[in-house]
Design a protein around this ligand. Sequence first.
Ligand code: NAD
Ligand code: DAU
Length: 357
Amino acid sequence: MKTILVTGGAGFIGSNFIRYVLERTGFNGKIVNLDKLTYAGNPENLADIQKKYKGRYVFVKGDICGYDTVLGLLKKHGITTVAHFAAESHVDRSIFGPKDFIETNIHGTFSLLEAARTFWAGRRDVRFHHVSTDEVYGSLGKTGKFKETTPYDPRSPYSASKASSDHLVRAYGHTYGLPVTISNCSNNYGPYHFPEKLIPLAILNALEGRPLPVYGDGLQVRDWLYVEDHCAAIWRIINKGRAGETYNVGGACEMKNIDVVKGICRALERAVPARRNKALNGKAYADLITYVKDRAGHDRRYAIDFSKIKKELGWQPYVRFGAGLGKTVDWYLANPEWVKNVKTGEYRKWLTKNYTR
Ligand code: NAD
Ligand code: DAU
């Protein structure tokens, strides 16, 4: 029976992953979620899971940079898989203050690798999986896609820190024989996405009749993937992927930012017609679109070639963008408490009530 240490499981993708594994895969082992609960970590994301899987889901508030904490958890729970999501993840924040990105993404990954190497001591029946990003490859021109062999060319403090952690993971695989895998994935969207990122920010701003900020000319391209498809890819890599390998994961869904925002306006119009939304004061959702100053060093285009994972592991994305966006809009509309708590920081009170620190 596997016992999985998920790092950063209170964040967007990590919480979706824990839910996916426990509810959708037939997995019957235990998951330990180690999360520092930064501004982006929210245990409310898994409140129902905590109740439903008592004994099989354990939450631990802690920092991945703490080698002793991590080693202690590996020993205490007999961890056989590490699924490493914990990171500072927002590019804009990395531009304004890179320090935490260097700490968590580089030093944190190093401390996890060291603890895993010590505890597993040469075992091969274990797995260290690093959840990484397509941003390590840099920016594409009008054509081409990122392959696993594309040279690294990170261009923001965030992507440089993730590139650095990828190199460390690979080095531990090569030098110490640690059974590692890496996935480099494109932009995710879906439930529990923190509303500093484009899609949830635009959904919630639009509902409140606030501006929808589009950076620069809005013609930058991202390759969007519904978060559950990403979780399925990670699960498959952990279970079937070859140790030492990297797998690119993408949505086959290249879209210009401006078209994403217009798509959100259309999805909202279907769910909550603007004429019935008092916050809009007679405006259409699209009237809220506002071009603002560009992100410094803004990467122009990302696109993923996921033929390797498709061929080797039979994975491909299933959720089309229109359907995924519809589900995402519906989720935010159905969870006003979550939204309110995240926006007002109320979940921090919930946290103090439910966990002793
Ligand atoms: P997120 O910001 O929503 O969540 C990050 C989680 O990590 C939070 O719960 C936070 O509390 C926790 N954390 C941060 N520092 C920590 C530390 N020092 N110790 C323990 N926990 C800590 O991020 P996300 O969007 O869910 O991304 C998860 C991972 O996936 C990241 O590694 C990111 O680089 C990668 N990724 C994200 C995307 C995307 O589109 N969001 C795409 C590809 C890869
Ligand atoms: O590609 C994978 C990456 O996707 C992950 O590694 C990161 O963790 C994740 O945050 C995401 O990075 P992006 O910078 O692409 O995501 P974000 O949602 O911040 O921005 C998406 C695009 O929209 C980007 O080109 C910047 C633009 N943007 C963003 C915001 C927040 C806007 O035009 N306006 C905005 O207000």
